[in-house]
Design a protein around this ligand. Structure first.
Ligand code: PLP
Length: 423
């Protein structure tokens, strides 16, 4: 196994976070490197989900106000607990909706076309749902997306130059929506710099944090970001379809929500049942209807783990895992047709390594047959996300070793080079 394996063993032995692996349901016969699509279940998340069921069992309707975690205040409470992960004030965050729904909500709130300032700026590598939401928001206001949705172009098909983004912030742009981390290449966009540039030009800016929340610390409040949205089922490990989250900067505290629903009411007014709504005076105002308690409950336990591990320590280990992986790719997979397509600098890359290969689809199938769960992105992408909570350096070693074996023995040729329905 040699020197590289010994190094993995050493890194595992000096890993301050190694104890957290036992907090998760990790299957020893498979290596799970897909925490950037769906994080694994933790025992804590399981417990808080069962607690929510217990409340229902015990209290029925009174679960809204009784029990350890009364449901009526859960969305705000989880917002408060999420705030440290993104550098927000507690009142700026609420756990609600999903990335797509929250984007609809905040674009309908922040997109305020005026005169010739009517366009929305996005990026041509954006996650499709973000683009669909922007297109329909424009259509609802009577604007043609063909003309009013403009895109920053990527020169290499993977990443963006921040200067190229800033150049597109022209007079006619009313709103900018960008990812904090690109979902394929894992490139981090410099949120602070882009926010300053947008505000210098009097443009509102929001970020999709799906691939950065839980990966590295943010300072959304200090950076002055106008709004942000995210999901909690990826790096936050809150389960399939978990309730998402949103951030609205305090300076917009009194901005009327574009979409309104009774759960956006001031808590003490909601049950007055009046037809003129009194919105909450914080991010809670952007909620719509009754919260999905059973899909929010896992997040209670999950966030406890973040509090205990600390965002800085998690980031440090994540960078070490992915750095070690890139070293192994370069030493063991040389000349096999792989390219590392994520940025190399620590301050420019997110939580996963992004490999490209012509045969990526069937290489991923061969990896699965070898007990490794990767994440395929058509047409050529293999995302490998070692999660600092539960993955180890020796697992990284084994994944690259199996990849080497698959390429040398050409076992991937047994499979069709085509994606599955969900990939
Ligand atoms: C995962 C992901 C989404 C998913 O949105 P949902 O509304 O949760 O389905 C959106 N945007 C990005 C960048 C993502 O990575």
């Amino acid at each position: 196994m040699g020197k590289s394996y010994a190094k993995a063993r050493e890194l595992d032995q000096s890993d301050a976070l190694s104890g957290f692996r036992d907090e998760f349901y990790v299957h020893d016969e498979t290596i799970y490197f897909d925490g950037n699509s769906l994080g694994l279940l933790s025992k804590r998340a399981e417990k808080t989900t069962l607690d929510a069921l217990e409340s229902w069992k015990q209290y029925g309707i009174d679960g809204w106000t009784e029990g350890e975690t009364p449901w009526f205040y859960l969305s705000e409470k989880l917002g408060t607990k999420t705030a440290p992960l993104i550098g927000a004030r507690p009142s700026e965050v609420v756990t609600t909706g999903s990335t797509t729904v929250n984007l609809h909500q905040l674009v309908s709130t922040f997109y305020q076309p005026e005169g010739s300032k009517t366009k929305i700026l996005a990026d041509e590598l954006a996650f499709p749902t973000d683009i669909y939401a922007l297109q329909s928001q424009l259509q609802l206001r009577g604007y043609d997306p063909e003309e009013h949705l403009v895109f920053v172009k990527s020169r290499d098909g993977q990443t963006f130059h921040e200067e190229a983004i800033i150049e597109k912030m022209t007079e006619d742009i009313a709103l900018i929506v960008l990812p904090s981390v690109l979902y394929r290449s894992g490139q981090i966009l410099p949120m602070k710099r882009l926010t300053e540039a947008a505000h210098d030009r009097n443009i509102a800016i929001g970020f999709d944090l799906c691939h950065s929340i839980g990966v590295f610390p943010h300072h959304l409040h200090d950076w002055g970001v106008d709004f942000a949205v995210w999901c909690n089922y990826k790096y936050l490990n809150a389960g399939p379809g978990a309730v998402g989250g949103l951030f609205v900067h305090q300076k917009h505290g009194h901005k009327a929500p574009g979409l309104t629903g009774w759960f956006g009411s001031r808590k003490d007014k909601q049950f007055d049942m009046a037809h003129d709504m009194t919105p909450a005076e914080d991010a809670g105002a952007y909620q719509l209807g009754t919260p999905h308690i059973l899909s929010a409950a896992p997040l209670i336990g999950s966030l406890e783990l973040f509090e205990e591990a600390g965002a800085e320590r998690l980031r440090k280990k994540s960078l070490a895992l992915t750095r070690y992986m890139m070293e192994l790719v370069e030493s063991k997979l040389q000349g096999m047709g792989f390219t590392i397509a994520n940025p190399r600098e620590d301050d420019r890359r997110g939580g996963h390594v992004y490999l490209e290969h012509r045969e990526a689809a069937r290489i991923c199938k061969a990896l699965k047959a070898e007990g490794v769960i990767p994440d395929f992105r058509a047409p050529r992408g293999i995302r490998l996300a070692p999660v600092p909570f539960y993955n180890t350096f020796t697992e990284v070693w084994h994944v690259i070793d199996r990849l080497q074996m698959i390429m040398e023995k050409e076992t991937y040729k047994k499979y069709e080079n085509k994606r599955g329905v969900v990939a």
